[in-house]
Design a protein around this ligand. Structure first.
Ligand code: SF4
Ligand code: SF4
Ligand code: FES
Length: 265
């Protein structure tokens, strides 16, 4: 590993990041895959990695804290604590030692929601994800989650058979996999939660009538002509149409807004 006295030699290899750091931004040392780089302290981990000359091929998606693709573990030199975060949301700090986790081998059993017995959803969960019931209640998952979700709590709700509670509690999960990476009981909390949300949505939640109507419309071919028309338009005209479209105002009353032009409904 490079020593700090060599810092002049360790200027960024290239700039994959177009962000221009604020004038006089302090430069700090960070370590990416064991090698030291000097980066502006204002960057997120993701931008600092790009600033250091790396190009993302995996481990990067939305850049907005939504997709969970940029799960990252880090430590600080001289500190025993292993920390975790999303690279696109966490700002670098001096002496951060970073490794990204573009994929975590979580348990993703195959299942068919059509074959599920709606009378015993809790048993279905036990059959597909038996490891959920081995949770030891250590709380590591909750402390690791970058979305501040009480993961241990939604696992506890699953164990009790409260699928509705577990669905609501896990709803903000971005599927980064960091909780599963740290679980001593080897539970894939986030994939189990996805299964529970699917069970809950299909078998327990009241069906949304407007959605059923829209699916029927789609299947009946109601939108085919409109799609054809769009496909034949020039790119610039589609862009114009998109920019000038009627939009739901931010403060519109939930579920009550309708566009003035109802020809596409
Ligand atoms: S619950 Fe797990 S997978 Fe979901 S956001 Fe939190 S740490 Fe990531
Ligand atoms: S890390 Fe695993 S064992 Fe610990 S509370 Fe979370 S789910 Fe349970
Ligand atoms: S890139 Fe999507 S959450 Fe970070």
């Amino acid at each position: 590993m490079a020593k700090s006295k060599d810092k002049k030699l360790l200027k960024p290899l290239g700039t994959g990041d177009t962000t221009i750091p604020p004038k006089d931004a302090k430069m700090i040392p960070i370590f990416i895959m064991g090698r030291e780089y000097i980066v502006p302290e204002t960057l997120t981990i993701m931008k600092a990695i790009e600033y250091s000359g790396y190009k993302y091929v995996r481990g990067c998606g939305c850049r907005g804290g939504i997709c969970g693709a940029c799960a990252t573990f880090f430590r600080f030199t001289g500190d025993y604590k292993l920390r975790a975060g999303l690279a696109c949301q966490t700002v670098v700090d001096a002496n951060m030692i970073i490794v990204q986790l573009p994929f975590f081998p979580a348990n993703r059993p195959g299942y068919d929601l059509e074959d599920v017995n709606p009378e015993s959803l809790h048993e279905e969960l036990r059959a597909v994800y038996p490891e959920v019931f081995k949770c030891v209640g250590c709380g590591t998952c909750t402390r690791t989650c970058p979305m501040d979700i009480d993961v241990m709590d939604y696992i506890a709700l699953m164990k009790r058979g409260d699928l509705k509670g577990a669905s609501h509690k896990s709803f903000d999960c971005v599927m980064c996999g960091l909780c599963a990476a740290r679980c001593p009981a080897q539970i894939s909390q986030f994939t189990a939660a996805m299964f529970v949300r699917r069970l809950f949505a299909k078998y327990e939640m009241p069906q949304a009538e407007h959605l059923a109507t829209r699916v029927k419309d789609v299947n009946s071919g109601k939108y085919e002509k409109m799609l054809d028309k769009l496909l034949k338009m020039k790119q610039g005209d589609v862009q114009k149409l998109y920019v000038e479209r009627e939009r739901e105002p931010d403060m519109a009353e939930l579920g009550n807004w309708l566009p003035e032009d109802k020809t596409h409904l």
